[in-house]
Structures are given as structure tokens and as C-alpha cells.
Design a protein around this ligand. Structure first.
Ligand SMILES: Cc1ncc(COP(=O)(O)OP(=O)(O)O)c(N)n1
Ligand code: 3NM
Ligand code: MG
Length: 204
């Protein structure tokens, strides 16, 4: 499947708390978000399944897919549209086999070495980052900058989305680096008006 990576909202329960998770996501989608990832490092599986089901219902009719961060079992149990995993989050082939061919499956890549040993056949897209250091992910890798991002995009055989410290003012540089879009947490979650924050990003 080919997800629309143009403006990819990754959620953070803490940052979204002001408006509430569903309200933030629905407003951001009204503002132009094209893909949503439920990311919660603290919830139990049962809590995350419940969150995912509520988000899936809230996204009904919008055409925007819901991706689950890290947890294959949550993706399977919640009826979400896909899964995003990192280098240490489990096996890509196993995830694809469990999710089936229609699901969206994304993987994080930080280096050329990771890219070189990747079997991309089971994947739909890559998340490349961090472009910049960010407080939203305490264990992030060395920042790539835009030159590093462009080099990874050029070596990537799959559509890619850039992530890490990205704001509206970086959209043009990300486009010039060749990525298919931007993935953001704090540029939308935790802003006073998530719809306006999403709308401020240029359309692709
Ligand atoms: C779109 C996108 N790209 C990268 C990541 C990071 O995934 P990972 O390295 O597994 O780190 P965590 O998000 O699990 O902390 C992502 N979530 N989404
Ligand atoms: C979830 C995540 N993954 C990253 C990576 O580099 O793989 S950076 C990141 C956090 C992105 O949040 P913000 O938009 O607030 O910087
Ligand atoms: Mg992960």
C-alpha cells in the first residue's frame, strides 16, 4: 500500500493532553494531516488498543490511515491500518506475515549501514531521522541535518518521511532533500490550535 506521507502526525499523549488525543487528531486531520501514528510509550497494551479503536472510529470517513507505533499485537487487535517499527522493535518479515499484505508497514532508518542490510520487500515506507535533535524522543540517534537526510533519501529504495525537530519552516528543505513528507509531534501536538498548526504546512 502507498500511504500519503505528506504530513504525518505522530501522537504523544502528554503533549496532546490539553485538547485530548482524539480532538487533537481530528482537528489536525481537518488541517491537512494525511497519516496518523498512535505512539504511547507509557500505556498498557489494553489502554493502547482502546485508544487505537477510538482514533480509528474518529478517522472514519476521512481517508486518513491509522498506524500503531512499536506494538504488533496492538495493531492486530485494534483494527488499525498499519504498524511503524524501529530497528529494535521486532522483525519486519514477521510483522508483515502477521499483518497481511494490505497493511501499511513502516521502518525507522538512521544510517546507510541500516539501509544497506535492509530487505525492503515487506515494507511500504521508511522514517528517516532525526533531522534535528528533539526533546520528543530522548533516545534518538545522531541528527542527520538536511544534507544527511538527502543522502539517505537518495539511497532509499522506498518512499520516505523525514522526522525529528521539524517545523513549518523546514518543509521546503525536506521537499528539496527528496523525502515524501514530514512526520511531526510537537509542531502539531501541544500547540494551542492543532488544526491551524497543521494547516500552516504547505500542501504537496
Ligand atoms: C514516521 C516515524 N519515523 C520514525 C519513528 C521512530 O521510530 P523508533 O526508532 O522505533 O522510535 P520510537 O518512535 O519507537 O521511539 C517513528 N515513530 N515514526
Ligand atoms: C518519534 C521520533 N522518531 C524520531 C527519529 O529520529 O526516528 S525523532 C522523533 C520525535 C519527533 O518529534 P518532534 O516532531 O516533536 O521533534
Ligand atoms: Mg519504536
Amino acid at each position: 500500500m502507498h500511504p500519503d506521507l505528506s504530513l504525518y502526525l505522530v501522537t504523544d499523549g502528554g503533549l496532546c493532553a490539553d485538547h485530548g488525543l482524539e480532538e487533537t487528531v481530528v482537528a489536525a486531520v481537518r488541517g491537512g494531516v494525511t497519516l496518523v501514528q498512535l505512539r504511547d510509550k507509557h500505556a498498557t497494551d489494553a489502554e493502547m488498543i482502546d485508544q487505537a479503536r477510538r482514533l480509528k472510529a474518529a478517522l472514519e470517513g476521512t481517508g486518513v490511515a491509522l498506524i500503531i507505533n512499536d506494538r504488533l499485537e496492538v495493531a492486530l487487535a485494534s483494527g488499525a491500518d498499519g504498524l511503524h517499527i524501529g530497528q529494535d522493535d521486532g522483525d519486519v518479515a514477521r510483522a508483515r506475515a502477521a499483518l497481511g499484505p494490505q497493511a501499511i508497514l513502516g521502518l525507522s532508518v538512521q544510517t546507510h549501514e541500516q539501509l544497506a542490510r535492509l530487505d525492503t520487500s515487506a515494507l511500504d515506507y521508511l522514517g528517516l531521522g532525526p533531522v534535528f535533535a528533539t526533546p520528543s524522543k530522548h533516545d534518538h540517534a545522531e541528527p542527520l541535518g538536511f544534507d544527511g537526510l538527502a543522502a539517505l533519501v537518495a539511497a532509499s529504495p522506498l518512499p520516505s518521511v523525514a522526522i525529528g525537530g521539524l517545523k513549518v519552516e523546514h518543509a521546503e528543505a525536506v521537499r528539496q532533500a527528496g523525502a515524501g513528507g514530514l512526520a511531526v509531534i510537537s509542531a502539531i501536538c501541544g500547540t494551542p490550535d492543532p488544526e491551524a498548526a497543521a494547516r500552516a504546512f504547505p500542501r504537496r
